[in-house]
Design a protein around this ligand. Sequence first.
Ligand SMILES: [Zn+2]
Length: 431
Amino acid sequence: MNATTGRTQAELLERLATRLQASWERDPLFIDPNVTPGLTPKQMTALRRASADAVEPGLPHFIAIVPTLPIPARSSDGWTRFTADLAYTMHEKTGADRTLVVFTEAESAARTLAYLVDDNGPSIPTGSDQLQRSASGDFLPVELAVPHHLGVLLATAKGNEPPPPPDFNPPDVGEGDDDYIEAMGLDNGDPDALVFAATAVAAAGLGAWLLRRRTKYEWRTTLTTAPELTRAHNLIRRCERSLSELPEPVTDDEAQWSLFDRGRRVQNAIAAIIETHPGWASDPDFSHRHAIHSLTRTDAWVRRSLGAASARLAAASVRLTAASAKRRADEAGGEPQFCFFFPSHDRDIEPFAWTQGRTTLTVRLCADCRRDLNAGHEPECLMVPKNTGVRKARPIPYFQRHDAYALSGFGSFAALEDAVAEYGAPGSGQR
Ligand SMILES: [Zn+2]
């Protein structure tokens, strides 16, 4: 939510990196101890076998099975960057021509990242995208996802055709010998393990939720270009205003200086985004405009608040009437609120208890997104085509693109200006 949270997340990831590297020196398969109780003996065996089968001279491999990580580490950009960096570190350590590294969150193998690393850096081979599905289109449980990703990496490293997705069809379970739950020993009567297993098998939760969105929008071939924003909100002018000098507080009040610092972070974030995406105002891709829109709203509020404070001071020292000082303070209004799903939504933001699986998360939502969820379906704004220039644009959630806006989009609780300060403007030279 703020820079402190960001630092805590960074520390958490740093500790994870240290633990992984230490463990990988002994065994290429790392299973986090927090995850182990949720895995059945057969799942463990399947994972060990996958690691043993992947042993190939000259092609070292490393596997990390980790628990679901807290946000914003969980947000696509932070996690992708962390895993890609660590994969490259491991490659440098091995000194091999190529190194295979697979990261997966045990509870949701949809969040698997598989890297083939050479001296140029890590790459994700075709057929190894994050949301891996089986031949029947079902989401793979961890004990199938890991060997499959390893197989794709090995095939790519050797220049072979990648293997087809495995056969896995959860609706088939319960039919005699084909019962997947029984076969994997998942039905062990432990409610927690059952929920855990059900998550893996039935792909409950966010992963499946996103998959459904993806299927639903498969017909889309053009970029989403609405809402337009630039003209509607006079964004070019507002952007110039936001970049103009921010008046320093004329007091040593700490709250005022902290507000001023936030204003400076907002300015830095706007500058970074404009530098990375000079065509932000007219680009058919809309999402950088959303970032600018959100940031200029915060900037306007910071300026109003700083102005109101100096008006109060002026009223105290000069003969500005108490009434006019109060009016200027009122005009400052409240801090702008952003919708959890889409930060540019600003209609009637209110807290909303959003239930996903067993977890209820209180998030701030706009009236439209609340209406969508209350009507029993997801907000329609989430899915956007991946990019232009390809024949069939693959729809993905907007926050998984390298867009300026994605940093504080769905799944992140970080303020956009803080996220840009920590990660840089997306699209600025990262993979
Ligand atoms: Zn909304």
